[in-house]
Design a binder for this molecule. Sequence first.
Ligand code: SF4
Ligand code: SF4
Ligand code: SF4
Ligand code: FES
Length: 991
Amino acid sequence: MEINLTVDGTPRESKPDERLIELINRIGLKVPQVCYHPQLGPIQTCDTCMVEVDGKLVRACATHVAPRMNVSTTSARAVAAQREAFDRILGNHMLYCTVCDNNNGNCTVHNTTKLMAVEHQKIPFETKPYEVDNSNPFYRYDPDQCILCGRCVEACQNVEVNETLSIRWEDPHPRVLWDGGKPIGESSCVSCGHCVTVCPCNALMEKSMVGKAGFLTALPKTALAGMIDIVKGVEPDTGYGAILKVSEAESAMRESRIRRTKTVCTYCGVGCSFDVWTKDRQILKVEPREGPTNGISTCIKGKFGWDFVNSSDRLTKPLIREGSKFRESSWDEALGLVARRLAEIKARRGPDSLAFISSSKCTNEESYLMQKLARAVIGTNNMDNCSRYCQAPATMGLFRTVGYGGDSGSIKDIENASLVIIIGSNTAEAHPVLATRVKRAHKLRGQKLIVSDLRKHEMAERADLFLHPKPGTDLVWISAITRYILDNGLAKTSFLEKWVNGLEEYKKSLGPFTMEFAAETCGLPIETLKKVADMIVEAEGVCVLWAMGVTQHSMGSDTSTAISNLLLVTGNYMRTGTGAYPLRGHNNVQGASDHGAMPNYLPGYQLVDDPEVRARFEAGWKVKLPSTKGLDNKEMIDAIHLGKLKAMYLFGEEISLVDSNKNVVDGGLAKLDFFVVQDIFFSDTCRFADVVLPASPSLEKEGTFTSTERRIQRLYEVFEPLEGSRPDWRIIQEIANRLGADWNFKHPSEIYAEIASLTPLFAGVTYERLEGYKSLQWPVAADGTDQPLLYEKQFNFPDGKARLFPLTYSEPGDRVNDEFDLHLNNGRLLEHFHEGNMTYRSAGIREQTPDTFVEVSPELATERRIKTGAWVQLVSRYGQVRVRALVTDRVQGKELYMPMNSSESPVNRLTSSFTDKVTHTPAYKEASVRMLVLGENGESPLPRGNPRFGHRTPQRGVEVERKWKRPEYRVPGSPMLFHATKTKANGGSGT
Ligand code: SF4
Ligand code: SF4
Ligand code: SF4
Ligand code: FES
């Protein structure tokens, strides 16, 4: 139903939920709005959006439309109030735009000065009694320039939900505070950059911008101060109008040298997208704006973790092994050698003596070409990618039960759930931006949260219910509560009848999973398990999120299946706010598998042994294709040891550090007759190569990535490839052609056109449909219709029904005993990505998290008499590492945790060769060690400046009511003191 009202004398129509500010902006009226940001909602701190409604002054940002409203944005009272409010703002901010790094056409203070045609400010600028805070490696805060709009506080409290920022409105000179008044570098700030992104002026700014963006801003401080004095000196005579003209001319000049290019994050699978601002090869800043997944959000890696691209140790020349050394070579020589040796080995030992490993850091188009090289040029299905190390079991669990190996919906659907269950995922560190949406829904909308994990990480701390089961037993408690729900008549029978097959057989398989068995096996009280069951049954919609804490176990596929079974029994599919969400690790791990970098699937999960499928690809590629499943990563290493696999071509994959049981993997790689590694750095894996080819990172290429939401997004070339390096797709094409193919792709869009023509799942994907920030969530029909909610009309089986899949439980592989008495868990750390090949090259990240460590519980530390900083030797059945201890109650009892970011002490020296039985995903999380205390004490492996030592200051937002209670505060345009409190009627906090 439309709402009819009048704005500035013109009848207008509005949607019922619209705010006045939204309507005003939609119809293009110019009303100042300094603190309003569409993704933050009304903050109500600036008062510049005052308009007259039916004779009363109101804030347009906080007022909802109502029938027959008469709104004036230009009445004398409204304009006087707007002007008075903005004058107060200018009293807090010195306008020196011409020499300001924020003078880039998007400064809200500058633009509002211009919009309101301010010539002279009535309230003179007064400096505040605080120093600039430079203590964070990535951004700085200048209190003197801060207009106290509170956008940063709102973003930190209610979007990022790190709850670091506040403003103490009662202070004589309020300013933004970190942890209530700590230097930024000693606070809980996780450097996600939300605050910097939303700051409407130069108060918060990326250090990479300071002195770099403007033509005059690099001047020494004293010269800059002199210039600012000159600007301020002429203002009384000339007015701001003339001064702004100069600054606008300077800003326009910047456009000739500052480029803004859209890209998609290269780190985790959340799929954040943003503009990268560059000047030549310098990155000035990363600006998230309108990414379909992330909006204004990023984490430390996406916002600040890009130094690696211009690192001085990028590979720029191909390398050829000579004995134990490498020598530089020309591209021609290296490519010639690769083609010749691959052809020779194929001729001598057959195509299946070669294997190919694709990169889940690289594009869909590159994975497609790699598998095409393996299949169409060499003739083998020995093709895999690192989803084998993480997500293959989740995919299997979903294939078995609902038919597609992808998230059931979008991150927005997770936000809509009334209950979120997180199992085996340190979401706030491994998928930070996705975690913000859960934290926000939990904080502001009463969403309930259950977390099951070995560690009390941030999400566990925030949870309504935290379960700590014994390692490797998730399948048991999940199956037990499913049985309890069925036994007690609490299942969604209407859903089961309509949409699910296999109930009777499944019920029988649940026989052993009694509450008593679960309590005993998992170490969880029966009452707790019943509470979980009740919460699920009572919830309107349940989403389950899981990650490597589930999949990297010998029962990874079965536990993933158990999760999906539970969702089916409780009817939690086919609606927003429900479903299964395996959280994909790498930026393009979903896409690499989707595009055929797997031993049994051609692109789009089309089986290699399906003659119809093969016939289509054979016609398209004009070759005969191999029909039997190839080797996966694990089988490849085994086959090398058995002497069956002789050559390997791998790109963008640090297999030597990230595969489990490193000693066995390294031993295998060393045995290869010929090994090609393509990467941007000389990785640990390169040590075993015969030829190393220098590739280009994501910022130096075009293509597409597919995020955990099945969202396909385009990335554009930010920089030309560093001289000497090449985008992977060009290298793969060159090798294919030297092996006799006749590929002629000139741009990745042409590769995608071929993919779409052969793959029903992506039939309607085109670069035009993905232009800019547009995206598509597969499956994509030929007409371009995509499917954000995966199962709307049916499940992906011929009869459209889902399948309950019976399971049994067996115990983990590498178990603790008297000799190896401690369980070693392992995984990611917020600041680093995986082994750290990219993130260690960021000075700021290295400063905050310089090394790996092992987390030791306080009780174990007391027992073994160690303190934080003590050096210990961890010894497993497979290897040993020396590492410093960090004593923390994130872990309990005899459970340890070791982040995987180290090449000197990689955790995979300790892990075993046990795997998930179905997918061969290594059981990384099932490691047992003993700990030798080395008797040396070092410094804490985490410096004091690490945010983990900070103390958050949660509050509901900027709490503007406290500002309104200041004795001198009055609403602009009103002589009255204003003691209003926020109500639903006036718009609430907007969050
Ligand atoms: S955590 Fe730090 S960087 Fe992120 S919004 Fe809060 S203060 Fe800003
Ligand atoms: S630092 Fe925060 S309060 Fe100050 S101007 Fe920037 S966003 Fe507004
Ligand atoms: S690492 Fe993940 S959460 Fe962080 S910015 Fe990149 S995609 Fe987003
Ligand atoms: S825009 Fe600041 S109060 Fe409305």
